[in-house]
Design a binder for this molecule. Structure first.
Ligand code: NAD
Length: 278
């Protein structure tokens, strides 16, 4: 469980940083009622991750859409709302202390909370894309077709198969999102890593890239990878806010504030406001 000292320490680190990038995962949205994957009530206790690979989708898109009708209850019909953690990040942006958010989430809740620069690393489940012509449509349209028995739902333009515009396992990260996220990770001086188990790659690599940024720059100036010495004291600071330790804890992250993001983030932001004189 976190302490008030850790809250104050994080607020000071935020005040002392210029370029703050946030990486979020499914854990920031559990308090909005959307289950995560690997947490204790995660979706993988109910579904087989193998059914969410791109090759399975191509083999049997109808089966994917059958599962999707069930999953959509959580993500669309329940109309999840941003929770205090999302709202605290929106406030941090208003205060000029947040450059951008890289999110692995596909729920659109950071934008709903008011953040304006959100890099959607794994796409967005509120859209679908036709795998034949590339046209995008709102997810509701495809879901309505699926609920009415059109399995898989087809594109109105070309009759190609519709796929959620979220990245399935095995699928590449959208190029523009990958390039920007890498750039932001290399440039930041503080990365807040919130509600991610940090086991899904390449997203889990971003805190490492932030931490190794000075050795990365050294390599641009001609050092070979063998002569590259990692000095974690030179890179960006990395703070984790998570319900449990992750593979980053104690290795890549400077410290973990353990507990619920919806409690911890508003406290940190309140402390930042106080330090800024609000
Ligand atoms: P994950 O499920 O692997 O891990 C979530 C982490 O957050 C866990 O360590 C868990 O203990 C922690 N957590 C849960 N509730 C928390 C809370 N209230 N406060 C702080 N921490 C909390 O999620 P991941 O690392 O993001 O990877 C899963 C992938 O699944 C992502 O790539 C994402 O695309 C997708 N996904 C997205 C959503 C969504 O959009 N909301 C939901 C489920 C899965």
């Amino acid at each position: 469980m976190y302490s008030e000292e850790e809250i104050k320490k994080a607020a000071k680190d935020i005040i002392n940083s210029e370029k703050i990038v946030v990486l979020t995962g499914a854990g920031i949205s559990t308090e909005s009622g959307i289950p995560d994957f690997r947490g204790k009530d995660g979706l993988w206790t109910k579904y087989d991750p193998e059914d969410f690979t791109y090759s399975r989708f191509l083999q049997n898109p109808a089966k994917y859409w059958e599962m999707s009708v069930e999953l959509a209850e959580f993500l669309l019909t329940a109309e999840p709302m941003p929770n205090p953690a999302h709202l605290a990040l929106a406030r941090l942006e208003e205060l000029g202390k947040l450059k951008c958010i890289v999110t692995q989430n596909v729920d659109g809740l950071h934008q709903a909370a008011g953040n304006t620069d959100v890099i959607e690393f794994h796409g967005n489940l509120r859209r679908v894309v036709c795998i034949a012509c590339g046209e995008h449509f709102p997810h509701e349209l495809a879901l309505e077709k699926a609920i009415n028995g059109e399995l898989p739902p087809l594109c109105d333009n070309c009759k190609g198969v519709l796929k959620p515009d979220a990245v399935l396992f095995e699928e590449p990260i959208p190029r523009h999102a990958l390039e920007r996220a890498l750039q932001e990770a290399r440039d930041c001086d503080l990365m807040l890593v919130i509600g991610t188990s940090a086991v899904v790659y390449p997203a889990a690599e971003l805190p490492r890239i932030a931490k190794e940024r000075d050795s990365y720059r050294a390599s641009l100036f001609g050092f070979s990878s063998q002569s590259r010495v990692l000095d974690y004291t030179k890179g960006a600071k990395v703070i984790e806010i998570n319900a449990e330790p992750t593979p980053l804890t104690g290795i890549v992250s400077d410290y973990l504030i353990e507990g619920k993001a919806g409690e911890i983030l508003p406290k940190i932001v309140k402390e930042v406001e106080a330090l800024l004189g609000y």
